[in-house]
Design a protein around this ligand. Sequence first.
Ligand code: SAM
Length: 224
Amino acid sequence: MYDDQPRAGGATMLMNRVETALVNSPPRRWLQRFYEVRLLTALGARTPGARAVEIGCGPGFGTTLILDKFGAASVDAVDLDPAMINRAERRLRRYGDSVRLAQGSATNLDAAFHAFGGGADASYDAVFDFAIIHHIPNWRDALAEAARVLKPGGRFFFDEVTATALMRTSYRVLFDQPSEDRFTTGEFLAELPRHGLDIGERWTTRVGGDYLVGVAFRSDRGRP
Ligand SMILES: C[S@@+](CC[C@H](N)C(=O)[O-])C[C@H]1O[C@@H](n2cnc3c(N)ncnc32)[C@H](O)[C@@H]1O
């Protein structure tokens, strides 16, 4: 079973051991810092002074990049896994009040950020998704939520794993991820405008369509 709530009992985590080790590894940090950030910046520019959200922050390395490389002023970050939030807390302590962390789901930021009064409609300049939405069974709800919290003109930065990758034997053997209703590049891009997110040509794929990277703008016309 894989849903968007932490599993009961605490023994089974959202990601299996292999993926948890990978997410916490130096190669993952290197890739994020020297490849993904550069590609996302080329597609959607930096975000100096932004009030940002990071969904699925994992151990918090992406949050440091949003602050240090994209130039955001603050980040409200959420992860479903309490163990990841603990790791992120340790990593991000030095940023003080610029970072607020919450355990909860990217599909309900209002609830996740309720304790510190975050997650309101149209209240953020940028939302960052570093490889998390493919983990969410109801992935369309995560897009709707990202769009909801963005101000008109706000940017949604995403770096995603498509159904093409998830169907590969290596992925299926190594990782424990949802397999039903995963998105292709076309399906993900087609879903964005349904939530008032304009993508235009600001996207690209990598490794034969396994990875989709892009930046969508929150339309000032709202949801169509
Ligand atoms: C592949 S990891 C990516 C972590 C980090 N963003 C990175 O790029 O290294 C996916 C993360 O999403 C989290 N996650 C899964 N479902 C979630 C949900 N519904 N809401 C928030 N976080 C979720 C997992 O706990 C995990 O930390």
